[in-house]
Structures are given as C-alpha cells and as structure tokens.
Design a protein around this ligand. Sequence first.
Ligand code: HEC
Length: 123
Amino acid sequence: MQRHLRLLAVAAATAAFMAGCATKPKPSQSIEQVMESGFKGKESLNAKVSKGEGSAADHQTMVDLTYQLTLNTPTKGDLASWTQKTTALHAAAKALVAQQPGALDAWKTASNCKACHSVHKPD
Ligand code: HEC
C-alpha cells in the first residue's frame, strides 16, 4: 500500500513536470540566432520566401525557425503581443508548407520587420 502511494506520487510529479514542458519547452535558438539565420539581409531565407521563391524545404525551415521564436521571450515589449506576432508568423509558415491559398500574403504581413522590431527589439 505504502509503496503504491509512493509510486502514485512519483507518477503525479512526473505528469506535472511533463505538462510544464509541453506548455513551454526551452528554445534551442535565441531570437538573435533566428534573425541571423532566417531574416537578416537582402539575400535572407525570408527574402526568398517572401518573393514566393521558397522551396518546400525553405518553408519547412521557416516552420522550425518561427517555432523557436514562439518559445522565446523578448526582453522588450509584452509577452501577449510577442505571442500573437510569433504565432501568426509560425501559422503562416505552416500554411506555406501546406500550400494554402493566401499563405504568402499572410507570411508577408506577419514577417514585417518594423512592425515587430518597433515593439520588441531593444535599442
Ligand atoms: C516577430 C518579431 C520579429 C520579426 C517579424 C522580425 N524580427 Fe528581427 N528581431 C526581433 C527581435 C525581438 C530582435 C531583438 C533580439 C534581441 O536582441 O534580443 C530582432 C533582432 C534582429 C536583428 C539583430 C540580430 C542580432 O544579430 O543582434 C536583425 C538583423 C533582424 N532582427 C532582422 C530582421 C529582419 C530583416 C526582419 C524582416 C525581414 C525581421 N528581423 C523581422 C523580432 C522580429
């Protein structure tokens, strides 16, 4: 009996721990890293994708990069705004992969550098 209770407690603690992880895993890339690898410069992956020239692999890379953004917490601006912007960006990347109509327009809107930087990029 005692032993069962202890096992139950361990199981409950494990479940609580895993639930915590599921809500917010740690990002494996920082915002800066995502910006450097996907958004910075005229020849960036984002530039290619926004021109409608992205391959299926490019779109998948954007799904991964934008997922990393959603896991990060910006040092500036409030989290609700960040979550809204990065979730929209991530959804647009997934729509590109799924070749949904309007996906490219959604991507162009959501990837607007200034709209996000003006709120979330520290000076
Ligand atoms: C959803 C929000 C968001 C969007 C969209 C976004 N950025 Fe950023 N970007 C950030 C944030 C936040 C930072 C600041 C990261 C930090 O220093 O902590 C940043 C930083 C940067 C940096 C500096 C990175 C470094 O090396 O320090 C560059 C360059 C950059 N962004 C380019 C772009 C370009 C170009 C676009 C548009 C094509 C873009 N970003 C779109 C949020 C965004």
